[in-house]
Ligand binder design. Structure first.
Ligand code: SF4
Length: 375
């Protein structure tokens, strides 16, 4: 794997939001994550399977991350890509396909390059696929700066050969059953490149950036635990100033709800960071100390416990429990599971929760007639 770009497209959401963040992160080490290693292994498998489909010479990679569940997720992404490959053949006599395509953006701004997971070019369209293995927050294709930057880079490579009109961006996040796709016209994409991407990234790379904290912007910033601008942003959130009268208005309540979640997460993050520093790196924080937490008794050897208990005449020492649905499905395989147990499994309705309007799930409509009747 080559060196990392300073302004990597995968960090663009952060860099465009807070142009000072590149400099702020400079003194912090890279964060190691098992998720990153897993992501790399799963992308390698996806690459292998797509190349196989395209009849390109490839060797199956190996990894401990290739569990049934992970391979099923990769298959979902690969199927989406293969379907698009089939469509491309239908509309174009000579489409171009490239897996793990290196996108160089240095003609726009220095030290900016990345890898697009899959690129399909037909006569009038560039289609870029991105596989996201995260299972926390869904990532959407619309206005996604990482994929828009890839779009710009690929456009500059192919527009002499193909009269490209649109760029389609697709993010597949199989673990969240999320498939998000969005199209942007070439002129609109170039305008974004000219008016947003180039000036903001240049500002960041040329040390002219300014701090603009935000819940989304700071999410993966290496400076996030100690960044003063971010701390001030959250402390400002905590200093809610309410006007008279005594009771909060509906709007003020909604404002508290909107900010409380972000504030809670920030406090938890800062706490986890400080605790890790104290435990792992022996950092001392004024007014704090390390203690041992509460622990529960454990058997040293379960077989020996069983033998000793039985020898003493205690027979009723085991509990039997049904294995969970996911484990059962893995045991039987999807098809058999559905044949044997399909009629014995149901999905209860999720608990009603209050979320911001920006959440993409469909709003629940109260069934007032039924509720009236229930009363
Ligand atoms: S934590 Fe947020 S505000 Fe601070 S440097 Fe990083 S992105 Fe900018």
């Amino acid at each position: 794997m080559g060196k990392h770009a300073k302004a990597s497209p995968s960090k663009l959401k952060q860099i465009l939001g807070c142009t000072a963040s590149l400099d702020a992160e400079a003194g912090f080490p890279d964060e190691e994550s098992t998720y990153a290693a897993e992501g790399t292994a799963l992308h390698a498998m996806a690459e292998h399977l797509i190349k196989k489909h395209l009849k390109i010479c490839t060797r199956r990679p190996n990894s401990d991350y290739y569990t049934d569940e992970n391979l099923e997720a990769v298959d979902e992404y690969v199927s989406a890509v293969c379907e698009a490959v089939g469509e491309a053949h239908k509309v174009c006599r000579d489409p171009m396909f490239d897996v793990e395509h290196r996108v160089d953006l240095s003609t726009y701004v220095g030290d900016c390059f990345g890898t697009a997971d899959m690129v399909i070019v037909t006569d009038t369209k560039v289609h870029i696929f991105d596989l996201k293995m995260g299972q926390g927050i869904p990532v959407y294709a619309e206005d996604n700066p990482q994929l828009m930057a890839y779009g710009l880079g690929i456009l500059s490579e192919v527009e002499m050969l193909y009269p490209i009109e649109t760029v389609e961006l697709t993010i597949v996040q199989p673990r969240l059953q999320s498939y998000s796709t969005w199209e942007i016209g070439v002129e609109e994409l170039k305008a974004w490149g000219r008016d947003v991407f180039v000036p903001k990234v240049a500002e960041a790379l040329e040390h002219r950036g300014s701090f603009h904290p935000g819940t989304e912007t700071c999410r993966f910033c290496k400076a996030r635990f100690q960044c003063r601008a971010r701390a001030e942003f959250f402390l400002e959130v905590a200093r809610l100033e309410f006007r008279q009268p005594e009771l909060l208005t509906d709007e003020e309540m909604a404002d508290v709800l909107l900010k409380a979640d972000a504030l809670k997460k920030w406090v938890e993050e800062v706490y986890a960071y400080a605790q890790n520093e104290a435990v792992e790196n022996h950092k001392e924080w004024p007014g704090f100390k390390i203690v041992r937490g509460k622990s529960n008794r454990k058997y040293t050897d379960e077989d020996a416990v069983s033998e000793a208990a039985k020898a003493a005449g205690f027979e009723d020492i085991y509990k039997m429990a049904l294995i969970g649905i996911t484990e059962m499905e893995r045991l039987m395989g999807k098809k058999k599971f559905s044949e044997i147990l399909g009629g014995l499994v149901y999905k209860p309705e999720g608990k009603l929760v209050l979320v911001p309007e920006t959440d993409r799930r469909e709003a629940y409509k109260h069934d007032t007639a039924r509720e009236d009747f229930a009363e």
